[in-house]
Design a binder for this molecule. Structure first.
Ligand code: FES
Length: 72
């Protein structure tokens, strides 16, 4: 589903960005540009980041970077 209509970013793209190394909402925002225009998507984007990081932690995936949520 589309999370950010202004930038055309989907929840799948956010998940992929995290799997490719983004480890916070701030990283995702800088990488994909979510919430960089109208900002209406920020709450949903943060929720997708939080859910994805929580899923990664609970699935015991070994990451080379810290997987902690930080709302920025
Ligand atoms: S919907 Fe994401 S910045 Fe507007």
């Amino acid at each position: 589903m589309y999370v950010c209509l202004c930038q055309g970013v989907t929840d799948g793209q956010i998940r992929d960005a995290i799997l490719e190394g983004c480890c916070s909402y701030r990283d995702v925002r800088q990488t994909l540009g979510v919430a960089s225009q109208c900002g209406k998507c920020a709450t949903v984007a943060k929720a997708v980041v939080r859910e994805t990081l929580t899923e990664l932690q609970s699935s015991q995936v070994m990451l080379a970077y810290p997987a902690e949520f930080s709302a920025a």
